[in-house]
Design a protein around this ligand. Structure first.
Ligand SMILES: C[S@@+](CC[C@H](N)C(=O)[O-])C[C@H]1O[C@@H](n2cnc3c(N)ncnc32)[C@H](O)[C@@H]1O
Length: 267
């Protein structure tokens, strides 16, 4: 996912993100309905800290996949509702979490067209590892704004756009200095990047998705244009276990894997 190879084209204008149906079986096999190790150890705890949900509050999880965030939200005493474009991931989630966890099929860029959602019906909304796979960004943020009550909070947890660009970033090794460095081949240009194919060769469950790289300024500007004010930002590394060499651990601790942003709906 993270190799340096010059693939990906400039984002040209509004498009629409691909369904993850073709890779649903692979994704569930990799992450499970409760999330991968990175979900459980880093992404979900970081998102939950910023969401700071109180008992009885309502959260809309946008691009929810199979609902990996649901158990933590319910454990906090809040109400969870997830929405995702992939019917297959939603079906996996329903089987795993049961009927009491509402999981809807719908497009993040057109939440107002979902008959099950109501305008300003949520205290908080999240994009857990989904916003970088959703296009167009502006429509997704406008939709999140539509779903949130005034003052409601939006938490975005994504792979860090400054350090992790699919096919355009990777690790390198500096022999002379004995250190591992992070190499970035592109950054400022928004890119529409085809991901590698997942699933068993020849199987029906094999397919690809797209990821949308945007520089940090695109996210900050789009949030401001959509009527949000950022009030917290965290950069989250993925530390390696103590057995690894100092050079590997240092680089893992210095270059964050995830970026988490909290923004409040105003106006
Ligand atoms: C990397 S997965 C993350 C899923 C889940 N949040 C998790 O952490 O396991 C990205 C998700 O974004 C969803 N997605 C992409 N475009 C979407 C859209 N336009 N509307 C709703 N969901 C979308 C995909 O179906 C996929 O489930």
């Amino acid at each position: 996912m993270d190799e340096a190879c010059p693939v990906g084209r400039k984002t040209k204008g509004p498009s629409s993100s691909r369904s993850w149906d073709a890779v649903a079986n692979w994704y569930i096999g990799w992450a499970g309905a409760e999330g991968s190790r990175h979900h459980r150890e880093l992404a979900i705890p970081a998102a939950m800290r910023l969401l700071a949900l109180g008992p009885g509050e309502r959260l809309l999880d946008i691009g929810c996949g199979a609902g990996a965030l649901a158990p933590s939200v319910i454990a906090a005493g809040a109400h969870y509702c997830g929405i995702d474009k992939s019917r297959r991931l939603i079906a996996h989630g329903r089987r795993h979490h049961g009927n009491e966890v509402p999981l809807l099929v719908g497009d993040a860029a057109r939440l107002a067209s979902s008959s099950s959602l109501r305008r300003e019906g949520f205290d908080a909304a999240s994009f857990l590892l989904s916003l970088q796979d959703i296009d167009p960004l502006e429509a997704a943020l406008a939709s999140a704004r539509w779903a949130l009550r005034p003052g409601g909070r939006l938490v975005i947890l994504m792979t860090h756009p400054c350090f992790r660009i699919p096919r355009q970033s990777g690790w390198g090794w500096d022999e002379a200095r004995g250190l591992r460095y992070r190499r970035m081949d592109r950054y400022l240009t928004p890119l529409d990047i085809p991901m590698q194919e997942y699933g068993r060769k020849g199987s029906r469950g094999r397919g690809t998705t797209r990821s949308y790289h945007r520089p940090l300024q695109s996210y900050v500007s789009a949030l401001a244009d959509a009527g949000f004010v950022i009030d917290a930002l965290n950069e989250i590394p993925a530390p390696l276990p103590p057995g690894e060499t100092r050079a590997l651990r240092l680089s893992s601790e210095e270059f964050p894997l995830f970026l988490a942003i909290r923004a409040l709906k105003h106006r």
